[in-house]
Design a protein around this ligand. Structure first.
Ligand SMILES: [Zn+2]
Ligand SMILES: [Zn+2]
Length: 306
């Protein structure tokens, strides 16, 4: 019998959880950002301007579910090649979320860990943003705790500076036993499709599209994230993990300590499913599929040991 790793009930909602507007350093006014994402078929959006939650602009009657949020940043005084950015999402409707603004802080005022702890204890869903773009070392990433997720793909950092991927940081965290989820997001600053929009999103299955439901499902890790491919289902059947997706040219299984495997479609064909027999002893398993255009979708890790 198959046991899915996805929630049984609800429908899938697509969202971008990291974007900027003219409120800080983005080029697009909030109303246009909301309209543009809605027209692209997104169900939810977080405007995460730097150090400000401006929920006054997120009123009733919008064509998309707004998740209140911000991006906190810390400037590193001793080493100006470094900065730490953290996205925080608030699990309550915009009308109930007070507007907040803080000054950008330096690492002398607040250590990175203290910022993460404050955001987490405030009830926010906390995402470590673009660690490669921030030039964080693996040991700096590993030394921080309390974040729910890490940006495995950030469209803006990838398209503008080729530093938007964090797969390796993610696997290092997972191999050390940390239960950290991944996300893909845009980190939208531009206005045009060519810049940093519509390149990576999360897909969350819930009964309703509301901030508390979306963020509860994200906290539980029962979602996937994508640049294009659709993951229809994945789960376990006896001692085999099954995975089904839209047509893809490659499907990769990552496990640890066993090292997983890669499957490639035969010439002229595409893959829509694989089955991976567990070898025993896996700490976690996760799957990525890549379509004909080279776009990836990622499952979150499933942990096999209590
Ligand atoms: Zn940032
Ligand atoms: Zn940002």
């Amino acid at each position: 019998m198959e046991q899915s790793f996805f929630p049984e009930k609800g429908r899938w909602y697509r969202g971008n959880i990291h974007s900027h507007t003219t409120r800080t350093d983005g080029l697009c006014p909030p109303a246009q950002q909301i309209r543009d994402y809605s027209e692209q078929g997104y169900d939810f959006l977080a405007i995460t301007d730097h150090n400000v939650i401006d929920s006054h602009q997120l009123g009733e009657g919008l064509p998309i579910c707004m998740i209140p949020g911000w991006e906190r940043d810390i400037r590193h005084c001793a080493d100006n090649t470094k900065c730490i950015h953290v996205v925080g999402l608030v699990p309550s409707p915009a009308r109930e979320t007070p507007c907040r603004e803080v000054r950008r802080c330096s690492c002398l005022e607040i250590p990175d860990q203290q910022l993460l702890d404050e955001m987490r204890s405030d009830g926010q869903f906390v995402v470590l943003a673009h660690p490669h773009w921030s030039r964080m070392t693996p040991s700096e990433v590993m030394s921080l705790t309390g974040f729910h997720a890490i940006e495995v793909f950030n469209t803006g950092c990838e398209r503008l500076m080729h530093a938007g991927r964090a797969d390796l940081y993610w696997d290092l965290l997972l191999q050390s036993g940390r239960r950290v989820w991944g996300v893909a997001c845009d980190d939208t600053h531009g206005k045009t499709r060519k810049s940093d929009r519509f390149g990576g999103w999360v897909m969350v299955r819930t009964e309703m599209c509301s901030p508390p439901e979306i963020l509860a499902a994200m906290s539980a890790g029962t979602y996937y994230f994508s640049q294009g491919p659709v993951i229809h289902d994945w789960g376990i059947r006896e001692d085999t993990v099954y995975f089904r997706c839209s047509p893809c040219r490659e499907i990769h299984v990552t496990t640890y300590p066993p090292r997983g495997s890669s499957c490639y479609a035969p010439e002229g064909e595409m893959l829509t499913e694989i089955a991976y027999p567990l070898k025993g002893g896996e700490l976690y398993i996760r799957v990525e599929c890549i379509d004909e255009e080279g776009r990836t979708a990622w499952t979150n890790p499933h942990f096999l040991q209590a």
